[in-house]
Design a protein around this ligand. Sequence first.
Ligand code: PGA
Length: 247
Amino acid sequence: MIVAGNWKMNKTPSEAVAFVKELIPKLAGAKAEVVVGVPYVALPGVVEALKGTNIKVAAQNMHYEEKGAYTGEIAAGMLRDIGVDYVIIGHSERRQYFGETDVSVNKKVHAAIGAKLIPIVCVGESLEEREQGVTAEIVRRQVKIALLGVDRSLLLDSKLVIAYEPIWAIGTGKTATNEQADEVCRTIRALLAELYDKDAAAKVSIQYGGSVTAANAKELFAMPDINGGLVGGASLKADDFEVIANA
Ligand code: PGA
């Protein structure tokens, strides 16, 4: 069970450090693995502030090349060097606004793995795709391409996380029903079993994301194929994130 916050483009570095200091005592007893996904410039301060605690740190993106002439980009090795453990890859906002594709997601997954970061790979359908009845096809395609060439041992070691985030539920206050969310997570798990095998599929944490709140987290996380959440808006409030991480 992994509960990760995705702060998106929120909080300055000093606000970020103050915020995680507030989180430390609240989350000290959490049974889930707790992760905070913070903006690049806040990473060093947040990593430092969380040393010796049970809270892990994620970046929200990275580039797939190791180094070179890519102005403005950040490589996986740079993140690993400062003590980052996770990286969110292929968030729908990056797909929508920054030209992320299934192919670039796959390249980033390989680069993350190479740097010993745990990728949180985001997939999910748009409202139009759901209404067209192609949710399963869309999500299967996204997962399949994201994982091309990824070794089974990585899944067995639980070094890869998948987040199912229906685009229509992100930041809209419209949460998928428990059944809708679980159905797609089950589809993803079945695909993993098809691509690898049942043992490997069982070891992958599949998160639900999209308007997870303190009020709905417990029921969502109790569904059989949902192993936690990727939480946007509600992860910016310490009390809400505490309830969700303990759900
Ligand atoms: P939300 O965002 O919880 O604000 O809907 C989720 C996400 O984008 O990861």
